[in-house]
Design a protein. Structure first.
Length: 95
């Protein structure tokens, strides 16, 4: 089972970092979205093209910066990513 769930995550005060944008190294070759969807017990990587490969974002200061497609940028800004692990919860029990 995915390590982050209601039973294992401790509630934290909101420390949103989703609107902070960091300019990444121009030599970055990442062109696929780095979002991971948590669906039940499965984790599925997004394969969409990123909106801007030079803009890194993250759900909280504890996480590394990642690049996202338009869909996951919207979901990040709607606080649909776990601030503990960074996964997006698509269905069922989640974060």
């Amino acid at each position: 089972m995915h390590a982050c769930s209601f039973k294992t995550c401790t509630l934290q005060p909101c420390i949103c970092d989703c609107n902070k944008v960091i300019k990444l190294d121009s030599e970055s070759s990442t062109i696929e979205c780095q979002a991971v969807e948590s669906v039940g017990v499965s984790r599925i990587a997004c394969k969409n093209k990123v909106s801007n490969k030079l803009e890194g974002r993250r759900a909280s200061p504890k996480l590394a910066y990642s690049v996202y497609c338009d869909l996951h940028l919207q979901r990040l800004q709607a606080h649909q990513a776990c601030a503990h692990c960074g996964d997006f919860c698509a269905h069922g029990q989640g974060h």
